[in-house]
Design a protein. Structure first.
Length: 286
């Protein structure tokens, strides 16, 4: 007897194209079901280090051809990889986390898009997001700036450039360079709160928040290893004087309700909402 019911079975192979797949940053249990499915059905995997990716695939019981692709790959290597995507499903992974986030891959994606290769991105683990959620720092807005420069002057220049940005700053850092970066933050961004997240998703995961000096004192006694997510709080809001607040309120009240105008000015100035609301009522009465 033949059934006409639709089948939910997935095809054995994937459609040709590029599949960007996030992998665990530490805990192998963080691999997604979708990522495992795509890795099982793809034709091959482009990766930073075949040894690292090979261990992950072995853990998952998957065997696939592995092709090395990193920042040192030549244009010819990239074009050959793209050519293979016309009739094969190629997965791109980094050693850990989401590809392209301070990892190689954007040139491959850009060139594949220009050549009309179908591209699919599978979300998953990302150290930036994991660290930020642990930090307790404001996260409604944040700026990820990759790794800080290794040289002292360049590091200070980058921090000075980002000093006026009104958002939490997020960097990647390494254990051996952490103390120098904390010293630079203390000098260039005084008064800021800092979080250090390390060993994320692993047995000894930790996230410490405090002043740069407090964190320097701790990590001088307990030298950290591995990669770190280093986060810096936004600059403190400078409270406006009464004259400035009046001008801002008067402008906002032209096309906003009083409550909306007060909320806007309070956010911009850090002034007390109740005080601002009373002043808004006085301005409306004039």
């Amino acid at each position: 007897m033949t059934s006409n019911a639709p089948s939910n079975a997935k095809p054995a192979t994937l459609s040709p194209g590029l599949y960007i797949v996030a992998t665990p940053i530490g805990n192998l249990g963080d691999i997604t079901l979708r990522a495992v499915d795509v890795l099982k059905r793809c034709d091959g995997v482009a990766c930073e280090d075949t040894r690292v990716t090979g261990k992950l695939l072995k853990h998952l019981g998957i065997s696939k051809p592995l092709w090395r692709y990193n920042d040192h790959s030549e244009d010819n290597d990239r074009q050959r990889l793209i050519a293979s995507m016309r009739d094969r499903a190629v997965v791109l992974v980094s050693d850990a986390g989401t590809p392209l986030i301070s990892d190689p891959g954007y040139r491959l994606v850009r060139d594949a898009r220009e050549q009309e290769i179908e591209i699919t991105s599978l979300p998953g683990a990302c150290a930036v997001v994991t660290g930020l959620t642990l930090s307790g720092l404001p996260n409604d807005r944040f700026l990820f700036a990759g790794f800080l420069p290794n040289k002292d002057k360049a590091r200070g220049d980058v921090l000075a450039e980002l000093a006026p940005v009104d958002t939490t700053l997020v960097f990647y850092e390494t254990g051996p360079r952490l103390l120098k970066s904390l010293d630079a933050i203390a000098a260039v961004l005084p008064g800021r709160e800092v979080s250090v997240a390390r060993e994320l998703t692993k047995l000894h995961e930790e996230c410490r928040t405090g002043s740069p000096d407090e964190l320097s004192a701790h990590y001088s006694q307990h030298p950290p290893k591995g990669e770190i997510v280093l986060m810096v709080s936004p600059p403190a809001k400078q409270k406006a004087n009464a004259e400035d607040a009046d001008a801002m309120l008067a402008e906002a009240l032209k096309d906003m309700k009083a409550s909306q105008a007060v909320a806007k000015v309070a956010k911009a100035t850090g002034l007390d909402r109740k005080v601002l609301y009373n002043r808004a009522m006085e301005l409306r009465g004039k």
